[in-house]
Design a binder for this molecule. Sequence first.
Ligand SMILES: C[S@@+](CC[C@H](N)C(=O)[O-])C[C@H]1O[C@@H](n2cnc3c(N)ncnc32)[C@H](O)[C@@H]1O
Length: 468
Amino acid sequence: MSRKMKNKVLSNLRIERIASEGKCVAHYEGKVVFVQNVAPGDLVDVRITKGRSAFMEGEAINFHEFSKDRVEPFCRHFGTCGGCKWQHINYDLQKTYKWQQVVDQFTRIAKVPIPKVSRIIGSANTQYYRNKLDFTFSNNRWLTKEEINSEETFERNALGFHIPKMFDKIVDIDHCYLQGNISNEIRNSLRDFALREKLSFYDIRNQVGLLRNLIVRTSSTEEIMVIVQFGEEDKVAVQKVMQFLKDCFPSIDSLLYIINLKKNETFHDQEVITFYGKDFIEEQMEGLRFRIGPKSFYQTNSDQAYELYKVARSFAELDGREVVYDLYTGTGTIANFVAKMAKQVIGIEYVEAAIEDAKINSQLNGLKNTLFYAGDMKDVLNEEFLETHPKPDVVITDPPRAGMHEDVVKMLMKLQPQKIVYVSCNPATQARDIALMAEKYSVEKIQPVDMFPQTYHVENVVQLILKS
Ligand SMILES: C[S@@+](CC[C@H](N)C(=O)[O-])C[C@H]1O[C@@H](n2cnc3c(N)ncnc32)[C@H](O)[C@@H]1O
């Protein structure tokens, strides 16, 4: 298929099934066409956006028939905002598609013998399930076609989410169904205040503007953390904004800000200043308390995190005699969750502040058999470390989407723990890593868990057993 296909319209393609990353598959003259934002069963005309030799990619420009499995999306931002791409598919089918993705990735990428993949554990809450949202301020609000075609002038400042694949366009959000209502209230009030006070919204192209980013974190203990990132060091304006939040939202437990003059919004290397209250919030799970600082990762769906950890713990099959390594431990949540059932647990994690929280979390919970180390996994988990620490009987690993570094996989193959429990938010990289371990490990159990309803994302837990 040549580049000549680009922009060509293919008529009446029947959407057949879901592929990875939420794309759907259709066929044209025997070639696969990946189509975004459709549902299996739709009959559509597709404009080709990429024509490659093996496959094409395109967008649906005209719908002749809608799939019978479609449901009415509940959010008015659906289709523009990149947040919940599967709102048009009913939840039972979403779960089936996610399960199928796991099966497909293990069949196509891992290519190792696998047991029957267990039914996905669904989320009781399919709306308002997130405990963290990250909103961006922008002076370049995304305009709808109707707005562009009208002669009117519109407010261009916005506070909301990025349009998929457009770093400089933000859809202004007035209600988000992902996080409880306090999050909507804080975001909308802050935007209204900033507009009233004529404070500048960030201009990402020119890297100027006062208001840059807003993060709202909530927890199952009903604590609230708010972090505002500023792109300018204007003390008076910063004070004004933070005081507004403090006065309007007395329920905020941890009110923080960052002056971030860097090119990007990441703040792991920036100073976080406490304006009011504590510099952390707390989660609770099975009577355990977890302290979460502004730089620390915590699973974004607290209720499903509990389901996930229960699966990980049951796959670890601990009887109290084992040394467990919890790789990519974050704030030590899994480490602390399994500690009572193990002899010793060693957690390793990149973010130093998270490791500090992990240690405090053990203290808070009276756990004395945990040890935590900060650093890049491939550097920390080396020969010297293994000479000075007991070897693991069980390794629980929960890497970021990119999966484990090759050196970490090699080290696991050398260490040869009896059991590896691999938790992943990306079954594709998980399947890739497991293929590298297939010589020594067999896949015994696979359990997908849905942490992110209305999206194509799926979490997956695999139990690997050392071959005898
Ligand atoms: C998916 S999270 C899992 C966290 C934890 N297991 C939990 O359930 O809360 C992945 C973690 O890996 C950490 N991380 C990412 N890259 C890393 C690296 N190269 N070395 C060590 N940790 C890393 C991140 O900071 C993050 O805390």
